[in-house]
Write a protein that binds this ligand. Structure first.
Ligand SMILES: [Zn+2]
Ligand SMILES: [Zn+2]
Length: 129
């Protein structure tokens, strides 16, 4: 076995020198692991993470007025198909802006439906009531 010289961290521009067998310095190892976990989607526990905030901002930008009542300003980015019913968390197509009142109403419905099979949501006709 030839002598293996220390080599730099894989992170571009990082000056840390590592022993053989290591690929990243401890700091970049952690960063890399976190990025990896994000892409694997194991971050469900974290809930309102950076990706979710971006999704929420995009939904509210697209739906500035509540999609349910059509009059109030949207303040909630709602998942049309709830996550616990398998709705996509970060899909704009599964997002809609709701005002706080309509959000409450929908949340209440979802609680009733939790035992039931999914969902009369989304409704067939526009302007659900
Ligand atoms: Zn590094
Ligand atoms: Zn509303």
């Amino acid at each position: 076995m030839p002598h293996a010289p220390r080599h730099p961290c894989l992170h571009p521009g990082c000056p840390a020198l590592l022993e053989r067998g290591e690929s990243r310095c401890p700091m970049h190892k952690r960063q890399h692991q976190q990025a990896y976990e994000r892409t694997r989607g194991t971050a469900t526990e974290r809930g309102y993470d950076a990706d979710h905030r971006k999704w929420r901002a995009a939904v509210l930008a697209r739906d500035p007025i509540c999609k349910a009542c059509g009059t109030e300003r949207s303040t909630f980015a709602d998942h049309i198909v709830p996550l616990k019913q398998g709705g996509a968390k970060l899909d704009l197509a599964n997002g809609q802006g709701l005002c706080s009142h309509c959000h409450q109403v929908k949340r209440g419905r979802e609680r009733h439906q939790e035992q039931a099979p999914p969902a009369r949501w989304p409704p067939k006709r526009p302007g659900w009531a």
